[in-house]
Design a protein. Structure first.
Length: 60
């Protein structure tokens, strides 16, 4: 985990750029934290990176 939002954002932008240069299409997605909490509670799973990825992949 990054210590600050600024550090996280810098890493995010670098990763997004790198993936784009490799030919990937990167879609930004804002996660509603209440919806994520409810999703994890319903599935009885820990809120972590894997859960966030699953949550986002199941959004329409």
């Amino acid at each position: 985990m990054h210590d600050t939002w600024s550090e996280w954002n810098k890493a995010y932008l670098k990763t997004k750029k790198d993936l784009t240069l490799q030919g990937f299409i990167v879609n930004d997605f804002v996660v509603n934290l209440t919806e994520l909490k409810n999703y994890c509670a319903l599935k009885d799973i820990k809120i972590d990176g894997k859960a966030r990825a699953e949550f986002v992949s199941n959004q329409k």
